[in-house]
Structure formats: structure tokens, C-alpha cells
Design a protein around this ligand. Sequence first.
Ligand SMILES: Cc1cc2nc3c(=O)[nH]c(=O)nc-3n(C[C@H](O)[C@H](O)[C@H](O)COP(=O)(O)OP(=O)(O)OC[C@H]3O[C@@H](n4cnc5c(N)ncnc54)[C@H](O)[C@@H]3O)c2cc1C
Length: 457
Amino acid sequence: MSDYDAIVVGAGIAGLGVASQLQQAGKKTLLLEMYPKAGGRMQSYELPGGYKVDIGLHMIEMGKKGYCHELGTRVGKEFEWAAFSVTLDLYDEGAWHDMQTYIQLTDEEKADFIELMKGIATLEEADFKAWDNRSFGEWLDKNGMTGNLREVWENMSMIMTTIPDVREQSAGECLYIAREALIKGRAVLIAAYPRGGMWGVIGPMVDAFQELGGKLELGARVEQVVFEGNRAVGVRVARKGANPIAREWRFVSTDLVTAPLVVLALPIWHLDKVLDFDREHSPLPGWWLKRIEDIRGERTGLLGYIIGTSRPLYERQVFMSALSSPRTGLPLQAFTPTAFDPGVAPDGRYLLVTDNVAEPWELEDKFNLGRLMEQHWEDVKEMYSFGEDEVDFALPYFTTGCDGLARKPGLTGDFKPDLQAPGVDGLYFAGDTYLGRGLAIEGASRSAILCVESILG
Ligand SMILES: Cc1cc2nc3c(=O)[nH]c(=O)nc-3n(C[C@H](O)[C@H](O)[C@H](O)COP(=O)(O)OP(=O)(O)OC[C@H]3O[C@@H](n4cnc5c(N)ncnc54)[C@H](O)[C@@H]3O)c2cc1C
């Protein structure tokens, strides 16, 4: 007799989604999270004075028209969204421009552009598959994209993939994101901000799981998945304070919790912390272990600031980007959460969130990271014309595991690891690094839906 029907590891959006749906389907479910708070990479904080900030720049592609919203409604929660951002403001030659006036097409170019959009809107899964292993740069070349129009596409595909160079971006993924946005939002890229920031999604998901009767344990790090032969039968969990000398000497005391179903809702780069990758001892097949080892370093990186100010620095409800920042030379992304939801800052106070998209290796050297952070700060001051005396705080952040598996050619669509572990029973995966398309939170949410469909049949 097992302790639970299902154990889900990781309380990010994917884990919360899988756990809630399993609990709703009548499975007694335990959700284990190693941090003291749920949310994972959608973590958020309430700062003294009433600012509500996320761990970095976060908007959710598709908003109420997407898979993240669907995940909520499936378990009885309706997230509240601020207005969509359906256009993009671009920074070029020392000024911000709105996308429409920046492009300036002739009538003939406009007609061609509309035809191209119609073509994208009718693409099907087989078309994305055909482009999954080819670059978006190749697609732009094939469609004769040049000048400012190409620059706008390059800004959008950089935002879609968090990869600076179009030759490194998977065309299948960019075209999929563009098709969804065209069909659901009549624009190539749409994004929305949940009221209250990311907690506006994570908070209701935590409530849903607990209201359905699920058990959420925070501060509980899973050390390993336990197998009997070729069947997952539970996990070993390290609970805080179980071994008083563990912190100094890293001897970990664990408890065994059993269930016939284990779902690992954590990115593939954490799998070797919970699964034995030794070919002689692992119940998982060698080809699969090798594939995970080969691709787990394929990540994307960001560095940026969350800035609280006494004056609004940009009042349009838009996403902003630039292909090259003045000093760092890196692509920039930014938006002002308070333009979408003034409730995330105290009265008379405003938020701007910025980031530079970078290769992980540029950020892993802390001295290089320090230099880039300083340059980025000077860039931001110049681009938004503000003085240090107007700043309440500027919280620096960076990540080298931003939004899942880097969406490069050969790493999207069917190239992503499957949701069911091969060669063993009772082990599944969910999250942005597994099967599922779309921008990161959308991909993670869709994988949670597909994972549960696959488990429940
Ligand atoms: C700074 C930043 C900005 C981003 N901006 C955007 C954006 O604008 N739009 C967008 O769509 N996406 C964005 N993303 C990506 C998005 O946040 C992620 O794709 C999404 O949150 C992934 O969800 P997940 O559930 O798959 O994984 P995670 O959120 O990583 O959840 C995994 C969970 O597993 C837990 N865990 C790991 N190991 C263990 C263990 N051994 N035991 C117990 N628990 C464990 C972790 O603590 C974590 O809570 C951003 C990410 C970052 C970091």
C-alpha cells in the first residue's frame, strides 16, 4: 500500500498544474517543493512599502487566450489579466519608436506582408515540424525579408526565443508562436500581465491544489526517485532539520515516500540530482540518458534590473525591445508593470523591468557579469532618461536557465524529451524543457496539460 497515488516534484507552474489536475481526477497527490515558496521561475516577492515584483521580466504570451489560462480554468480558477500588449516599441538611434511608424511599408510591400501573415495563420503542425531543425534566419532569407521589416521580425523572434541571433533560433518554434498569436490575437506577438504579477497565477494555482485536497510540502527537496526494477515506486525527501550536521558535511538524511506514479516537474538540467545517470545502475535506457546529457546545457540567459521609481519612466502599455543596447551591445527587452497594473506599486510609485539577452557563458563568469550589469545600468538610464535621485530601488538579477531548453534548430517540437520516461513504468515529466510548444510559460503549461492527458489516458 503506497502513501500517495501520485507524487509531483517541483511547484512551478507545470508542477502545480499537474498536481491539481491529478488531485481533481481523484488521485491522492503530494506536491514537493524544495524552496519555502511555490512558483519556481515565476516566483514573486512583496517588498516593504507595497511593491510586488517578480524575479525578473515576466509577461505571459497569449494571456487569457493561452494554455496557462486554460490550466487555471481546468482546475476552477480564472486568472485576472491586464490589457494585452499587441504591439512593440523599438529603440533605435537614441529614441523609442512605435512599430507601425517604424516599418513604413509601400502599398506593394503591405500587400505582400498581408499575404505572408495569412500564410503563417494557416500553418499546421507538419509545417512547424518541417522548420524545427532549420533556423529563423533561413526563413527570413527565404521570404526576402530586409530593412526595417526584417529588424522588427528579428526583435520579435529574439523575444519569442530569448536567443539573440536569428541563425540560432528554431524557425518551427517562431512560426508556431506567430501562428497562435495571429489566430488568437490578430498580431504576430501578444503578451499579457496577470493582475498582481506572476503571483496572480501562482497564488490561485496553489489555492486550487489545496482546495481540491492535495498536500503541498514546501522546503522539501527530493534527493532521488526510488525504483523497484523498472517501476518508479516513490521518492526520497530531505526535510529541513532532519540531520543537524547535513549543512556542513552534506550528509543528507531522507525519508521514503511512496506512490505508484512520480512526475518530475523540474527542468532537465535538474534531472541528474534525482535520477542516477550511471549507465550500469540506472533503470533508464542509455540512449535517453545520453540525450539529456547532450542537451541539458542548451539554455538561455538574461541579466537585468527591477526598478522602482517616483516618476513613470514609460507610460505606454507595450513591450519594448532593441536589437543592440548602446554599451553592452546585447538585445534589450523591457516593460513597465505599473502601466498594465498600477496595483503592483504603492500610490505615486512606478516599476520598470529591463533585461539584456545573453549567452549563459557570458554570465557565468561573475566578473564579466559585473561589468555587463554596470553597462546595462548606464544603458537603461540613457534609454529612459532618468536620474539616480528618482530611483527608490534597482534590484539586479540574472539567470542562466531562463525559459527552458534553448529554442534552437533541432531542440524544439518532437526533438524535445517526451513526457513519459522510456523503459520504466510510473515516471513522467512536465515543464518547459519537455514536449510542448510556445513561449516558456505557455510551453510549461501546455506540457502540464499533455502530461496529465497522457497519464489519465
Ligand atoms: C528571469 C526570468 C524571466 C522570465 N521571463 C519569462 C517571460 O517573460 N515569459 C515567459 O513565458 N517565460 C519567462 N520565463 C520562463 C518561465 O518563468 C519558465 O518557463 C516557467 O516558469 C517554467 O516553469 P516550470 O514549472 O517548467 O519550471 P520551474 O518554474 O523551474 O519549476 C521547477 C520547480 O522545481 C523545484 N525543484 C527543483 N529541483 C527540486 C528537487 N530536487 N526537489 C523539490 N523541488 C525541486 C524548483 O525549486 C522549482 O520550483 C522567465 C524565467 C526567468 C528566470
